[in-house]
Ligand binder design. Structure first.
Ligand code: MN
Length: 175
């Protein structure tokens, strides 16, 4: 898809979101992923996977679960710039996606099979692999157990109060 659709939807004079026009410097060549909690008109989670120089993006209304039996709908949305992967802040009301964005999780990923072929097929369900991190019952409700920002430890309310400031750090969340 590329970033045309991303640029078209946003006015960078008004939103603190990254335009993605500056290249991102990086030491590690691994593909990145992140999940952002987004209190827009409706609260949802944005799941993003780096591929071909952009972040492929899906809106996941219910957010991730650690229970492999849970199948979470993921709606494919426009590609986002790589710089979006560290964005946290408040998008002003009236702008596209107006509301607060919290960086809920981040890491790196490796495609199990061919990522491009997988994309063309398009099965958009977010399902936890049944591995040693899998949980059942209340322990699976990771969005409730760990609602805070992975980079700053802040809540949505904290971020909303701080307005336009964005943050970066290197702390990871073991989810
Ligand atoms: Mn969103």
């Amino acid at each position: 898809m590329g970033l045309k659709s991303y640029w078209k939807k946003r006015d960078f004079e008004k939103t603190p979101e990254p335009s993605g026009k500056k290249p991102v410097r990086r030491r590690v060549k691994k593909l990145r992923d992140c999940i952002q909690k987004h209190a827009a008109t409706r609260l949802h989670y944005d799941f993003r996977l780096e591929l071909d120089g952009v972040l492929l993006s899906w809106a996941v209304p219910k957010g991730p679960s650690l229970d492999p039996a849970d199948r979470r709908l993921a709606v494919h949305v426009e590609d986002h710039p790589i710089a979006y992967g560290s964005f946290e802040g408040s998008i002003p009301k009236g702008q596209y996606g107006g509301g607060t964005v919290l960086l809920w999780d981040r890491g790196t990923w490796e495609p199990v099979l061919d990522a491009h072929a997988g994309l063309r097929k398009g099965h958009w369900l977010l399902i936890k692999d049944d591995d040693q991190e899998a949980k059942r019952g209340k322990q699976a409700a990771i969005t409730e157990l760990r609602p805070e920002s992975v980079s700053t430890g802040r809540s949505l309310e904290d971020i909303a109060r701080r307005g336009r400031k964005t943050w970066q750090s290197n702390r990871g969340k073991a989810a």
